[in-house]
Design a protein around this ligand. Sequence first.
Ligand code: 5GP
Ligand code: ZN
Length: 112
Amino acid sequence: MTSIAQCLFCKIIRGEIPSLKLIETSLSYSFLDINPLARGHALVIPKYHAEKLHELPDEYLADALPVAKKIAIAQGSENYNLLQNNGSIAHQFVGHVHFHVIPKPSDSDEEG
Ligand code: 5GP
Ligand code: ZN
């Protein structure tokens, strides 16, 4: 398991690696994904180093989901994915719990 000192997302929370911050609360931090699958692709991470969802204290989970909801509202797309991977076989590459909020814009979202 990655240590807190070495964890990429813990470094982002501490400001040791720059990120494009969206919303920050006392328990969560959110920012734009460096390699977006769609414009506005965001990540929401708890300010607690747990690798997988089942290791995360409930209070952090309870804080992160409303942050994801606010981002989805701000993105303004009626179509989006909320994605959370656990374990390398399930395509988790960064060993710190994170939620992807990925807009799926329709043609009408792109107008204007
Ligand atoms: P996973 O596959 O682990 O669920 O997703 C990890 C996500 O973290 C990927 O979408 C990847 O683009 C993103 N990511 C990896 N390193 C960085 C980084 O240094 N900064 C930001 N903003 N996103 C990152
Ligand atoms: Zn971490």
